[in-house]
Design a protein around this ligand. Structure first.
Ligand SMILES: Nc1ncnc2c1ncn2[C@@H]1O[C@H](COP(=O)(O)OP(=O)(O)OP(=O)(O)O)[C@@H](O)[C@H]1O
Length: 902
């Protein structure tokens, strides 16, 4: 704000009109920002909806990037609602004086017409082509029937009876009881042609001496507006009542700041003794300080860049307010700026979050595409190994299994026979002598004992087998099962009917689910029955055996004695073999199905990744560039263009004396000719802005889009200013030591970018800038991208481009190649093209020669050490290029040799 309003606006008409113009300008500027923000909100939402519709992100990821309802409402309200100055004060007369002064006319009656203890209603003042007043009762208008209104066109001061409630002079008919409350709290709306207010500004005056709750006043007065609270202090100090009101205000709204304006007290019948000298500002400041409204740190000196200060507004205090309108306007402007900044910051946060999610998703998709085929291969190989081990075990280890069976019999025989002795046989009716009644019952008894013995026996052998199959070791099975379950988890939810991991389980179970069954018609059973008959014959006392422990022992031991381990081993092996083979075939089929499903899924993942990289990331980055630029524009205004410093392919670089509290900047003005360039620029800006400051990378200060130019919309990127570029420096030659130091700086910058997962992709002389100490910084990160976001596009400057750039598959080592070429120039100490490249008549010839292995020639004065660095860096196979750390070590060695021994 300039000094032009140094005196009170009431002094002269020209001051008043300047004030009105300045106020209107502030409101217009704010409304213009609101329009931009609203447009950005709509465009961002459209993009979000598109992302959702195209299903490029999984739903839980997508749900994270929506702009919250509260934020959306905040932005929409800002652009649709008028600004309202909410005037509060200790007394009615304080408010009336301030408002009259502001409007430069005596619109509101003051003391002595209205006394400070009169009950005054809430008032809204609006600009309107015709003059009139109305009472707003619960949202509906009722014209007040007073003489004031009839002569409204001619009055300048609103009549007393319209303003106060229940004046004894009030001649209006009394309302019936239930309406009385509503009538008393109704809002008086004053409409009048008022240039100061226009369509986007209103004044709202809080009621005086009405017993309304602060919450009610707050909601009524702020409804449908963007409020700016102004509190007029017209008394010597804040009374206990005032302090209580302010405390209550704080509880109703914790974030709304208040502009406190202290005005001198007019001598009045109410306050005959007061004058300005007796109104100590210090005392009021202390009272407000104690309430936490003002602080000792002036708002101006707060760190404006911090999140808190840019979104949380500070209350302020202006002394002697009626002659300090410049300060008042300054506050209004700042307040509105901060509202707009808050709105645009909300947008910016959601766009940044969206880009972060894109980056993470692109990374996850790339990982998925890389890992899934590997997982499938691993599963196939491991299952094959498992299958082959199991089959060879069953084929070749029949003897071992036979031994195992013998061992098992030996180990469990005694225990098993003892257990069989005490086996309960149910469902059979025995005689008193414990004999069976029929041969069928006898057969049943032997069957029960047989089943019992065989079941235990099966288990014992299975346990032995499991121990012997080393391939089933927990680790092996664990990794394979985890790998499979991962593959199955990655399928679509509705695609999980058959599972290969179940088939794998089957293979594993086949290895120990042996089943030693003895069919009834087998030789074995005949032997058993014969043995039984023999046994029965030995019982002298009866033909019918007693089903007692001896009988059970005898049956159990006969079974065990008659098991032929050789036959059993063969049977077990055949059984295992069959089962394992079947399970393996089943597994194979299921794995093939799984592979198919994954290959379809990965195809769609690749599509999605392409869309995220090429379509949506640039789109959101562009919205973000607009939000950030708008925020910078609101906060710092348009930077002033100075002398032209240079021109590149994409823009013109100018000097700029200072911007955003930074001295000595440059301004790169770029007019993107089409959407592709817009997107490239937006991405450059996004990645550049996110890089934490580093001494080897040129600092980006901010950006502004110049909307004032309707034909073109230049994007102005503001950066720190350096002395010159390396191209210019080499033209004038540099000492060897300086050149090696510059090379070290470049390596440091590159290592920093690579450490952040970024690839520069355009390392060349003009993109290395030097400060006044000839220390280098990397600039022009136009092609700089995270590796996962690179879509294989052909970018860079021809002679610095690594051959694999033409294959669309490349990584950060393209920067190492480019450094090799840069280092050739640095060592040659001039900017002349290498002869091997210079003889190429065109870019295409150059590239084809580079692909054939042609590189810059060795100059006679190159040392072996330097030449070795170059040839290693420009190796055709990226994997054979050195790590930057290695290059750094070698350069440090060379550098140390340039320092003379002391
Ligand atoms: N931060 C800076 N400080 C001082 N000079 C600068 C700065 N940035 C750029 N310049 C000067 O402006 C010139 C043009 O820069 P610009 O980045 O637009 O183009 P370039 O890098 O030469 O080419 P291109 O961007 O087309 O690859 C540079 O060569 C450099 O001399």
């Amino acid at each position: 704000m300039t000094d032009k309003f140094k005196t009170s606006i009431t002094n002269t008409n020209s001051n008043s009109s300047l004030f009105t113009q300045e106020f209107a300008k502030i409101i217009r500027r704010y409304k213009r920002f609101c329009v931009y923000i609203k447009r950005l909100l709509e465009e961002t939402n459209r993009s979000y909806n598109e992302i959702n519709d195209k299903r490029v992100l999984v739903s839980e990821k997508f749900s994270e990037i929506k702009l919250s309802e509260v934020n959306r409402e905040f932005i929409e309200n800002l652009s649709s609602r008028p600004v309202a100055l909410i005037i509060c004060s200790q007394t009615y007369n304080g408010k009336a004086r301030f408002v009259n002064e502001l409007l430069n006319e005596t619109l509101l009656p003051e003391s002595p017409i209205i006394k400070n203890n009169d009950i005054v209603r809430m008032i809204r003042i609006k600009h309107h082509v015709t003059t009139g007043v109305g009472l707003n009762i619960s949202g509906s208008f009722e014209l007040v029937d007073t003489g004031g209104v009839q002569t409204a066109a001619s009055w300048s001061t609103v009549p007393r009876e319209d303003i106060i409630v229940n004046d004894e002079k009030d001649c209006r008919p009394h309302r019936i009881d239930e309406d009385n409350d509503q009538y008393e709290t109704a809002l008086l709306e004053i409409r009048k042609p008022l240039i100061l207010l226009g369509n986007d500004l209103q004044i709202l005056i809080t009621p005086s001496n009405q017993k309304l709750h602060i919450k009610q006043i707050y909601s009524q007065i702020t409804e449908g507006t963007t409020p700016i609270f102004v509190y007029i202090i017209d008394q010597k100090k804040l009374s206990d009542n005032d302090l209580e009101d302010l405390r209550l205000f704080r509880t109703v709204t914790t974030n709304e700041p208040i502009l406190f304006i202290r005005i001198d007290q007019k001598n009045s019948p109410d306050n005959p003794s007061l004058n300005i000298d007796e109104t100590p500002c210090v005392q009021i400041f202390k009272q407000l300080f104690d309430l936490g409204f003002v602080s000792l740190v002036p708002t101006e000196s707060c760190d404006e860049t911090s999140e808190a200060s840019s979104t949380q507004f500070q209350s302020d205090i202006i002394d002697n307010g009626l002659s300090n309108f410049p300060l008042f306007l300054n506050y209004i402007r700042k307040h509105l700026d901060r509202l707009a900044i808050r709105a645009v910051s909300n947008l910016q946060c959601s766009q940044e979050l969206c880009l972060d999610i894109f980056n993470d998703s692109a990374f996850e998709m790339a990982r998925d595409m890389l890992i899934t085929p590997k997982r499938l291969n691993y599963t196939r190989e491991k299952e094959k190994e498992l299958y082959e081990s199991l089959i060879s075990l069953t084929n070749s280890k029949q003897n071992e299994i036979q031994k195992l069976i013998l061992e098992a019999i030996g180990e469990i025989q005694e225990r098993l026979i003892d257990q069989a002795c005490s086996l309960e046989i149910s469902g059979i009716e025995l005689t008193d002598q414990l004999t069976v009644k029929t041969t069928r019952d006898l057969k049943k008894c032997t069957n029960v004992i047989q089943d019992f013995v065989l079941e235990r026996f099966n288990k014992a052998i299975a346990e032995k087998l499991v121990c012997s199959v080393s391939i089933l070791h927990e680790d092996y099975v664990g990794t394979l099962t985890r790998c499979l379950s991962n593959l199955e988890r990655n399928q679509d939810d509705d695609d999980r009917s058959t599972s290969a991991s179940e088939a794998l389980q089957e293979i594993l179970q086949s290895a120990y689910q042996v089943n030693i069954s003895v069919p009834t018609n087998s030789n074995f059973f005949k032997i058993l029955i014969d043995k039984m008959k023999e046994l029965f014959r030995t019982f002298s006392w009866s033909n019918c055996p007693r089903i007692d422990p001896d009988f059970k022992r005898s049956v159990a031991s006969t079974i065990l004695q008659n098991l032929s381990e050789a036959k059993l081993a063969k049977g077990v092996c055949a059984q295992l073999n069959d089962r394992i083979r079947m399970s393996h075939e089943n597994f194979d089929t299921l794995l093939k199905q799984l592979e198919h499903r994954h290959s379809d899924r990965l195809k769609s993942t690749e599509d999605k990744q392409q869309r995220v990289r090429k379509e949506f990331t640039p789109k959101i980055a562009r919205h973000l560039l607009e939000s950030t630029s708008l925020k910078d524009l609101i906060e710092y205004g348009l930077p002033k263009l100075g002398r032209e410093l240079g021109r590149g392919q994409y823009g013109v670089v100018y000097e700029c004396e200072s911007w955003a509290n930074q001295r000595l900047c440059v301004l790169k003005s770029v007019v993107p000719p089409d959407d592709r360039h817009w997107n490239d620029l937006a991405l450059e800006f996004h990645y550049l802005r996110r890089i934490p400051e580093h001494p080897r990378v040129v600092k980006l200060i901010g950006s502004v889009i110049d909307y004032s130019n309707r034909d073109q919309t230049p994007v102005l990127l503001v950066m720190e200013r350096l002395k010159r570029d390396l191209h210019a420096a080499l033209k004038h030659k540099l000492p060897f030591q300086t050149r090696i130091q510059i090379s070290l700086d470049v390596i440091e910058g590159l290592r920093y970018l690579h450490g952040l997962g970024l690839v520069h992709r355009d390392i060349k002389l003009k993109n290395v800038l030097l400060d006044s100490f000839d220390h280098a910084r990397l600039t022009d990160l136009g092609f700089c991208k995270p590796e996962v976001m690179m879509s294989g596009s052909l970018v860079g400057t021809p002679i610095h481009m690594a051959p694999e750039l033409f294959t669309s598959k490349y990584d950060h080592t393209v920067d190492i190649y480019a450094f090799g070429i840069l280092f050739w120039y640095i060592c040659s100490n001039c900017v002349k093209l290498p002869s091997n490249f210079d003889i190429c008549p065109s870019k295409d010839v150059l590239w084809s020669r580079v692909k054939q292995g042609v590189r810059p020639e060795r100059l006679s004065f190159f040392t072996d050490e330097c030449w070795e660095i170059m040839i290693k860096c420009w190796q055709p196979q990226p994997s054979r290029r050195p790590y930057l750390g290695e290059v750094q070590e070698k350069l440090e060695d060379i550098f140390s040799k340039t320092i003379p021994n002391v």
